[in-house]
Design a protein around this ligand. Structure first.
Ligand code: SAH
Length: 685
């Protein structure tokens, strides 16, 4: 069955109705899922298997039958491990229908159909009894319901319910226990993801400082977790202020309470500094003794031998509501508050215990200033990037004249403020989320200087512009609806829509954009889209086929966004400019396409192509949202730390050990359909 789904096209801005197969969401979910990554997570799989074997043995030693409840079975992997370890029966619960279907097939293919019953339900709907889904309560509880924040996927309420209704008292649990660790740090880089730093502008009449409204200073931000590949954060980007301490732990073999609560630890700073960030990660002990441990600890905490790359579990960055100066040796209290699904932190100077208790935070952080709803964390980082701001200032200085009438088209941009300080006579600002910006302009006494137009570009009228023509049109460009790099070409469509309001010799900044492409070998990211075949002796090819089928669900494969600073790769080809977009002209009617081939100049595995945009602000001032540089002879790449790049994974990987057996080139065909704003691409190895 087909259904029509309405959406605003992220590139052209046009409202469009797409005919979607009703399974489209399923396919998206599977194609972009973390199942492949989990199946490639050897460390996790091995330890689960060890933990499950040990739990089954303990139950058998007691002379009991081993009845397993596997909540969130996915491919059925953990149930198959339990059955192989000698469990008498497994109830494998999976709420997501396509996965439950896959689990049935995989279990059958591996010959466990008589030992494993797959139940396509949410665990809280499962019934126990002679006519129920389960004949009796289980005495082994196996789950893998954790996200980077441990509890974000609802592990606590699921465990709470399972202990009440689905498992026996004194059951064995794999994992047995999870422990959450924290470390206090100072980090200008990470702090810049949550606060707007003052922006310094050298104007003709002296230095101007753009400040944020006071609401922003004290705003706790948003509750959503900031999860990153912390192992890619160089130690020079943060200062450790405390030792690693245990914040809290959960024993999964006992009844679990999911109700909101808090935990408190005392920290003795090892260094004086500004406490800004709490870094956090967890580990799980698969058995009660703690001998089988799977940890997410970052590189400076654990030995390299314990290192396993994974993307489904990373590390968390929590922002304290305010930065707090701390002194070496002078104790402070760190409180972790949590509700059913998330955790947040608060730091207090050591005071009387009673006084502190009264002060415990119970409310989860809610953005009061609205900036955190407008700007996500990478966007904060980008706005705080002084080098980038300097480049915009330099370009604006080149194009602005005292009589310039300037129009800015970009979401949540500071460009209008810069343009005003740099001397534009009149600045108009297109913007849909005007409310926050009014406050922002007020804090800088600019509310009468910059006019916010709340209209879509195609609805712009001369009266909005007080009958003036625009002589300078600026944009970063940045739009919150952009997912892939080229979605910001919306600027070009908006520019086209306002053409009748521009002077004949209008200056457009950026004057043009270009799409760049490079063939790469990923150190690890390839795993998330790579078939697994056999996992710990179990045939999971059905899952591989399912992912492949979902990836091919649309005739043309799609590129997907990834922040590559978190995912090391090396370049196998030179970067190549493949398409250019001239913002000085309107969007053409015809498609823009290109074909060619790039030489593979380094040996390695060609996992895919990376694509990114570059903007040419004014002549000679380029800004790359992708590659910054190829840093060494090995081809290691440095990427823009604030942007996601587009990754197109090749369906088959070519591997070359030596330069001589390299296929010399990869041919490509790339087509930008100006009507739909979509980029289609094809690569031949
Ligand atoms: N156990 C598998 C898959 C883990 S992914 C493995 O370790 O490889 C977690 C799975 O749990 C997802 O497929 C999700 O759909 C499912 N899930 C999460 N909470 C659930 C619940 N309460 N009841 C049933 N399924 C759940």
């Amino acid at each position: 069955m087909k259904t029509f789904c309405g959406r605003a096209n992220p590139t052209t801005g046009a409202m469009e109705w797409l005919e979607e197969d009703e399974n489209y969401d399923y396919h998206q979910e599977i194609a972009r899922s973390r199942y492949a990554d989990m199946l490639h997570d050897k460390d996790r799989n091995v330890k689960y298997y060890q933990g499950i074997r040990a739990a089954v043995s303990r139950v058998k030693e007691r002379g009991e039958k081993a009845i397993v409840l596997d909540i969130g079975t996915g491919t059925g992997l953990l149930s198959m491990m339990a059955a192989s370890a000698g469990a008498d029966f497994c109830y494998a619960i999976e709420v997501f229908k396509p996965m439950a279907n896959a689990a049935v097939k995989i279990v059958e293919k591996n010959g466990f159909s008589d030992k494993i019953k797959v139940i396509n339900k949410h665990s809280t709907e499962v019934t126990v009894g002679p006519d129920g889904d389960m004949q009796c309560r289980a005495n082994i509880l196996v789950t893998e319901l954790f996200d980077t924040e441990l509890i974000g996927e609802g592990a606590l309420p699921t465990y709470e319910h399972a202990h009440k209704y689905l498992v026996q008292e004194g059951c064995e649990a794999v994992p047995h226990r999870a422990t959450v660790y924290v470390q206090l740090v100072e980090s200008k880089r990470m702090w810049s993801w949550n606060k707007l730093f003052p922006v310094h502008v050298e104007a003709e009449d002296g230095e101007k400082i753009i400040v944020s409204p006071s609401e922003m200073e004290n705003c706790p931000g948003v509750p959503s977790v900031c999860d990153i590949q912390l192992n890619q954060m160089p130690s020079s980007d943060f200062t450790i202020l405390s030792d690693v301490v245990t914040m809290f732990s959960v024993d999964f073999s006992k009844p679990v309470r999911s109700a909101s609560t808090y935990y408190r630890v005392q920290l003795e700073p090892v260094k004086s500094g500004k406490a800004q960030i709490v870094l956090s990660w967890w580990d799980i002990d698969m058995d009660p003794s703690g001998m089988i441990n799977c940890t997410m600890a970052p590189y400076w905490v654990k030995s390299t031998s314990a290192f396993q790359w994974r993307d489904h579990w990373m590390q968390c960055v929590y922002f304290l509501p305010n930065e707090e100066p701390v002194l070496q040796g002078e104790k402070v209290y760190l409180t972790a508050c949590r509700d059913e699904y998330s955790v947040w932190y608060k730091l207090q100077k050591a005071r009387g215990e009673e006084e502190n208790k009264a002060d415990v935070c119970v409310e989860s952080p809610v953005c009061r200033c609205q900036a955190h709803l407008l700007w996500n964390r990478p966007r904060f980082g980008e706005l705080n990037d002084q080098n980038r701001t300097r480049q915009y200032i330099e370009s604006l200085m080149k194009v602005l004249k005292t009589d310039s009438v300037c129009l800015c088209i970009s979401d949540g941009s500071l460009l209008p403020v810069l343009a005003h300080y740099l001397g534009a006579k009149q600045v108009q600002y297109f913007f849909l989320v005007a409310f926050f910006f009014l406050k922002f302009f007020k804090a800088n006494h600019l509310e009468d200087k910059i006019k916010i137009i709340e209209a879509r570009p195609e609805l712009l009228t001369s009266s909005h512009l007080e009958d003036k023509k625009i002589s300078v049109l600026v944009g970063e460009p940045f739009f919150t609806t952009s997912l892939l790099p080229w979605h910001n070409l919306y600027f070009w469509y908006a520019r086209t829509a306002v053409t009748s309001h521009l002077t004949s010799n209008v200056t457009v900044l950026p004057q043009s954009a270009s799409l760049h492409m490079m063939i790469v070998e990923f150190q690890d990211l390839w795993r998330i889209r790579s078939p697994c075949g056999i996992c710990e002796g179990f045939d999971v090819q059905t899952m591989d086929d399912m992912i492949k089928n979902s990836l091919n669900f649309r005739e043309s494969k799609e590129a997907e966004p990834h922040p590559l600073w978190e995912y090391p790769c090396k370049s196998l080809s030179d970067p190549r400019e493949v398409l250019t977009f001239d913002f000085r002209k309107t969007v053409p009617q015809h498609c823009l396409s290109t074909e060619g081939s790039v030489n593979l100049s380094r040996k390695g595995k060609s996992h895919g192509a990376v694509l990114w945009m570059e903007y040419h602000l004014a002549a000679d001032i380029p800004i790359s949202t992708g590659l910054i540089q190829i840093s060494n002879e090995k081809g290691n790449c440095e990427w823009n730390p604030h942007c996601k790049q587009a990754v197109y994974f090749f369906s088959s990987v070519i591997e070359s050990e030596t330069l001589s057996d390299l296929p010399s080139a990869v041919t490509y065909a790339i087509n930008f359909n100006t009507k739909t704003g979509e980029i289609a691409m094809d690569f031949q190895l």
